[in-house]
Every structure is written in structure tokens, then in C-alpha cells.
Design a protein around this ligand. Sequence first.
Ligand code: ATP
Length: 245
Amino acid sequence: MNVIETNSLGRRYRRTWALRDCTLTIPGGHIVALVGPNGAGKTTLLTMAVGLTRPTQGTVTVLGGEPAGSPDALDRIAFVAQDAPLYRNLPVADMLHVARNLNRRWDQRYAQARLDRLGIPPPQKVGELSGGQKAQLALTIALSRRPSLLVLDEPLAALDPVARDDFLTSVVDAAQGEGISVVLSSHVLAELERVATYLVVLTRGEIRVAGMVRELIGSHGAGLEEIALRYLRAGVPSSRTEAAE
Ligand code: ATP
């Protein structure tokens, strides 16, 4: 099943289109890298996909249905917003308690085991955790909901190289071990190269390229980072891979 399908999807804020005419099909079972410069429309696309932003035009289908179509549909999507919003003044254990009460499919044993493995102490206040630990806590909360689709908006921005590597390893483990499809937006191309199996490049509100990394590498004779850079630099409107050829 396709995890995300959009058809002429667009969102306008006053006179400016944050995203326009976006037609995209992302098959399941991938780790999708959504790449684009600041203001490209990545967050707009992701928040429409998880049902937090309403489209101005077009449609978006997630896991075969409307993203916010029913509580069941919402249960299957986990979204970690930019800067991983968490309650800073709560101890980690209480943060888990809040998340548990808000989510019907919560797996407390999984959450505790994961934090234990990461060495994140339950009594510690969230605000006192390192950036990497906060990101891992947000990821743990998202994964403990047992989603089919995990959407991460710029999860790497505040992390040092080791924390980035640890975080991405966790994402790959979740994708491979638990069969979760993942979509993550990021500017950190070098690190995405290691994990992404599907690439979407977005600039100025329009899709420049979308496709399986394996196939793009075959057709472009370059790695993910170089392919992404080519399309980011090209800035030529097109929704097809041939755009930068
Ligand atoms: P970044 O990498 O900086 O997070 P982005 O690719 O996620 O950027 P968006 O946040 O989707 O980009 O923004 C796309 C465009 O839409 C920008 O021009 C932004 O100013 C505009 N925009 C986004 N949200 C709103 C809003 N709530 N009201 C008005 N304009 C908005």
C-alpha cells in the first residue's frame, strides 16, 4: 500500500503558495528523505499528510485513507514536529504517563525498555536532558504508539554528529525491525545518504524529483547527496526525475 498519495495538493497562505500542485506517490516500506531549502514547503507537506494542516487545493491520502479521517487512521500515524515539543518541567516518567493517557495503542513496556536501553533515567526532568536524549525521548514516544507511518520534521537539526548517527540508527532499526514506513525532512544530506531509500526534493513549493534512491542512483550515476544537490541548485519547476537531466 502507498503510505502517502497526493493529487494536485496545495496550500496557500494569503497570496503565497507554501506548496503547489504537488502530485506524489510514496510506496510503503521506505525511509523517505524529504529535502529542500528553508521555506520550501516541507513542513506544510508533512503537516497536511498528518492531518494538522488543511489543503487549499487537491487531496492527500495516507495509508489508504484521509489522514485525520478517523481515530483509527490517526492512531496509525506518528508525527514528531520540529524541535520535538515536550513538557520540559516534567520528569521523563511523567512525560511517558501523559503520552500514555493520550494514545490508545500505547505500549508502555516497549517505551520503558527503549529508554532503559538508551540510558535515559525516568526521574530526570525532560528539560535537563541533552538534545540527543530529548530527540530520542520524542522518538520513543512516537514509536510507543506503534504506528504504521512515522513522520519526522527535521529531527536532526539540533543534534551533534554522534547523536545524529545514534538517532538515525534508531530510525533504521524501527523501520526494519518493526516494518514502519518513515518520512523525514532534513537538511543533513550526508547522513540521509546512509539511511534513505526514497528521495523527495522540494524547492519553492514544488516537487523537483521523487523516486527510489536505488533507481535515482542508477539513472544519475551519482549518490543521494549529489543528486539532491543537483535538483536543489537547478530550481527548475518539474515533478519528474528528468527535470535536471
Ligand atoms: P524550513 O526548512 O525552514 O523548516 P519548510 O521547507 O518546512 O522550511 P514551510 O514551513 O512549509 O517550509 O514554509 C513554506 C512557506 O510557507 C514559507 O514561505 C513560510 O513562510 C510559509 N508559511 C508556513 N506556515 C505559514 C503560516 N502558518 N502562515 C503564513 N505563512 C506560512
